[in-house]
Ligand binder design. Structure first.
Ligand code: FES
Ligand code: FE2
Length: 431
């Protein structure tokens, strides 16, 4: 992919991102935002779509990665392709809807027509082109690299040196944990995405996704109004829940550590429902994994995690963060349906609507505090944001994963230390 030819003064990211504090301009600067689009979203791996969103040949979704509009589409041989949403003739946008089904892709401008695998298969009055014009050279442009893990499809637009597996690192455990709640090991993202426009910088949403400090305050009204929500988790500073920094900017809030410590009750992760009310799912899990392992999975539940830079496995929701400008983002949310668990899926859909829907009680709180924080950091003083809670007290495992208390800012520091390496490291390489 071509890169923007602009000469800008160098930004010192090692100064702006320090171990226990951040400079406020990281959330407001247009130049920093432009750097992030290229260094993080174009040169790194980003989530683009899930395999289950494209069940049939011709199914497509349109997604934005960094500044780029991409089409993910399944061709007749079953392969998923990711193309730039740009006609190779004179540049028109090819797909204008966020998802759909096509037997071929026809450009709205001059009707050049492409097969699902990107080949140019027809154009009006082809004979008018010079003799050396070749349809074989005028197909859709695929992204430089794409790869998937557990059905999650990622793209890398400007090739870097990392494989997807190297980028994901220990975070593959989080994807495995989610898939392992399905008796078949597969999930379906088929319910449709909810789209929230957030008046905050994309990194605030990332930070908030793995922030164990804010819930009693920001979600206080929900906790007060909903007895189940209030009782299934220990949200006190002494909670056994750990936050984890997995490296490579990935982190989570490991609620399983709380659920295990609280005893052997199943389904605390879905409101503590009585297992007898989910007979289809419980039987399928027992059949698939055996009673003991199934029981462990149903106690521990799904991950609550943030995978650098734009994908959150948010328990029984998937959340994707799309940066729009330094102060605007879009947050997409979809419930996770587990293959072979129809009774649980019906419940998951209702819970997703209640928490994340247009009148949802959870996301509205987070959207509001994000907006208030964005409005706050526009003020020039105090210059720095503090991020030192729990710093230096982490337990470091042999594999490098850091563990800390629920209310420590270890997960955010994990994001920012990787951010600093990506943003500053790229400059040092190019100097
Ligand atoms: S711009 Fe697409 S056919 Fe002309
Ligand atoms: Fe929240």
């Amino acid at each position: 992919m071509a890169t923007a030819l602009e000469i800008q003064p160098m930004i010192d990211y090692r100064h702006l991102v320090q171990d226990g504090r951040l400079h406020g301009s990281l959330y407001t600067s247009p130049q920093i935002f432009a750097d992030e689009m290229e260094q993080i979203f174009h040169r790194g791996w980003s989530f683009v779509a899930h395999d289950s969103e494209l069940p049939n040949a011709g199914d497509f979704v349109v997604r934005r990665v960094g500044t780029q509009s991409l089409i993910a589409i399944r061709s007749k041989d079953g392969e998923v392709h990711v193309f730039y949403n740009r006609c190779p003739h004179r540049g028109a946008t090819l797909c204008q809807t966020s998802s759909g089904h096509r037997s071929r892709i026809t450009c709205p401008y001059h009707a050049w027509t492409f097969a699902l695998d990107g080949r140019l298969i027809g154009l009006p009055d082809e004979a008018a082109y010079p003799a050396d014009f070749s349809k074989a050279d005028a197909g859709l442009t695929p992204v430089a690299r794409m790869d998937s893990y557990g059905g999650f499809i990622f793209v890398n637009l400007i090739p870097n040196e990392l494989t997807l597996r190297e980028h994901l690192g220990h975070a593959t455990e989080l994807i495995d944990a989610l898939l392992g709640l399905s008796p078949t090991g597969r999930i379906q993202l088929s319910a449709g995405w909810m789209k929230h426009k957030m008046r905050s910088n994309w990194k605030m949403i990332v930070e908030n996704q793995v922030d164990g400090y804010h819930a009693p305050m920001v979600h206080g009204s929900l906790i007060a109004a909903n007895r189940t929500f209030a009782t299934v988790r220990d949200r006190k500073p002494t909670s056994p829940t750990r936050v984890r920094d997995f490296g490579m900017g990935h982190s989570d809030i490991d609620h399983a550590s709380d659920y295990r410590a609280a005893g052997d009750r199943l389904f605390r992760w879905t409101g503590g429902i009585d297992p007898e009310r989910l007979p289809v799912y419980v039987k399928a899990m027992n059949d698939a994994y055996g009673p003991e392992d199934a029981r462990r999975r149903l106690i521990e539940g799904p991950p609550h995690s943030m995978l650098f830079p734009n994908l959150s496995l948010a328990e029984m929701n998937i959340m994707v963060i799309e940066p729009v400008s330094p102060q605007h983002s879009i947050q997409y949310t979809i419930p996770v349906f587990l293959e072979g668990a129809d009774d649980l899926n019906a419940r998951t859909l209702r819970r997703c609507e209640g928490a994340m829907g247009p009148a949802g009680m959870l996301i509205a709180d987070d959207a509001e505090i994000g907006e208030l924080t964005q409005m706050g950091v526009v003020n020039l003083e105090p210059e720095w944001i503090l991020l030192s809670r729990g710093m230096g007290k982490e337990e470091v495992l042999a594999n490098g994963v850091k563990l800390a208390g629920l209310m420590d800012e270890t997960s955010q520091r994990g994001f920012w230390s990787h951010y600093r390496e990506v943003m500053a490291g790229s400059q040092e390489v190019s100097q």
